[in-house]
Ligand binder design. Structure first.
Ligand code: HEM
Length: 420
């Protein structure tokens, strides 16, 4: 079969609808093996390259001079005005990026985040206990959504009661391709009037107002919280301009919530499908740490990010031209058998497990990686000893997105167990 003929059988990874049924792993496997630098036309865009192998993602992520973030990190093509209006840390290259990231880096180191473990545990225990009283509930909305939302609120020094609203706004932005979360579905409705807002979403305007009030408050009375740090002068000398602070705030609300929520949901979905894992981790809680990494690999909640080539690059016989969009498919790299033995087997003791769920290294490696993995681990550590069994009472519902691998709903029944 010719390459073109073979490609006719591939799933359309440009379409959000494709991912509603599940991740098209066969397509990614084919691409890794036969077409590791593949070109994809887009209905509403100028097309893009897909990198699907682990080594190529590492190469691109570490070479920001060639694979720049400054033209956008999602598929959407943005003109200069849009880029300027919507810019965050993510759409900058070093050294500008480094200067800004330094403002908040320390709060997110392993040690910095470790200081929150007790808080995370207390929140997780409360959330799990409340859900278990019901025995039948939606695991995503009642458990997985609650923990990251409350945790980020604490990090930012925000009142707990604002958490639900903030996450709803975050969902409207980051899940902008799913009609359950927004009426302004980005590929199905006309979002032109919102083109200068993050994710082309009007929810950003409400978050901006909230951020502006918060900035006034913290400028008057700074603390050690994340928002106060975001208002400090960068190494270049000045604090962020107002619109960049607001974008940064919106980014935090969006990036810090749904990814962790869906990672927790995926972990529990995998456990439900393998009841023996529950017993194993209950009797050997030390396994939960390596299991968390494996659940994170399997979930790969952020399926891709984009870079833009700054010059012509030859890779695996293809020439990526200067200005071309290049997607780094973390979802594919995490199942590359050149890197992971038996990648489709979930092995909770996998070691080493250098997955790219938080990025493939380089300057943009996930700021919240230590927080995210801590939240997932602690959620499991609080859930597992409390339940004797967990099963689904209906089908899961997946997010309509080729960007975020999300489980929106997962109805479950649990049999609680007395905590020894
Ligand atoms: C399991 C949960 C999470 C996953 C799967 C995830 C995934 C990612 C990925 C793939 C990237 C891009 C890496 C790259 O381009 O090289 C990223 C960047 C980022 N993440 Fe996360 N993330 C998670 C949790 C969090 C949390 C909890 C926060 C904040 C509280 C956060 C904040 C950020 C920020 C600010 C960036 C941009 C960093 C930069 O451009 O320098 N993430 N994340």
């Amino acid at each position: 079969m010719t390459e073109t003929a073979a490609r006719a059988d591939l799933a359309d990874i440009t379409s959000h609808d494709t991912f509603v049924e599940g991740v098209p792993h066969q397509t990614f496997t084919y691409l890794r093996d036969h077409d590791p630098v593949s070109w994809w036309d887009e209905e509403d865009g100028r097309g893009f390259w897909s990198l699907t192998r682990f080594d190529d993602l590492r190469y691109a992520s570490h070479n920001h001079e060639v694979f720049s973030s400054a033209k956008g990190i999602r598929l959407e093509d943005m003109d200069e005005e849009e880029l300027h209006a919507r810019r965050t840390l993510m759409e900058m290259d070093p050294p500008e990026h480094t200067n800004l990231r330094r403002l908040v880096n320390r709060l997110f180191t392993r040690r910095g985040v470790g200081a929150y473990e007790d808080t995370i545990r207390e929140i997780a225990a409360g959330v799990v206990d409340r859900a278990l009283e019901k025995q039948e509930f939606d695991f995503v909305t009642d458990v997985a959504r609650e923990l990251p939302m409350r945790m980020l609120g604490r990090l930012m020094g925000l009142p707990d009661e604002d958490g639900d609203w903030l996450v709803t706004m975050g969902d409207q932005m980051i899940a902008n391709s799913d009609p359950e979360f927004t009426e302004h579905v980005v590929d199905l409705t006309d979002t032109e009037e919102f083109h200068l807002l993050p994710f082309r979403s009007p929810a950003a305007l409400e978050l901006f107002d909230y951020a502006a009030d918060l900035a006034d408050e913290r400028r008057a009375c700074p603390g050690e919280d994340l928002v106060s740090k975001m208002l400090l002068p960068t190494k270049a000398g000045d604090p962020l301009p107002d619109h960049e602070f607001k974008n940064f705030f919106a980014l935090m609300v969006a990036a810090g919530n749904d990814t962790t929520r869906y990672s927790i949901a995926h972990a529990v979905n995998e456990i439900i499908q393998r009841p023996e894992l529950l017993a194993r981790m209950r009797s050997e809680p030390g396994l939960i740490e390596s299991a968390t990494e494996e659940f994170l690999r399997f979930a790969t909640t952020t399926m891709h990010f984009r870079r833009t080539a700054t010059c012509d690059v030859d890779l695996h016989g293809k020439t990526i031209k200067a200005g071309d969009k290049v997607l780094l498919w973390y979802m594919s790299a995490n199942f590359d058998d050149r890197q992971f033995a038996d990648p489709f087997t979930l092995d909770i003791e996998r070691d080493p497990n250098d997955h790219v769920t938080f990025g493939a290294g380089g300057p943009h490696f996930c700021l919240g990686a230590w927080l995210g993995r801590l939240e997932v681990r602690v959620a499991l550590e609080e859930l597992i000893p409390r339940i004797a069994a967990i099963e689904k009472t209906g089908e899961i519902e997946r997010l309509r997105s080729n960007f975020i691998n999300g489980i929106k709903h997962m109805p479950v029944r649990v049999t609680p167990r007395l905590v020894p």
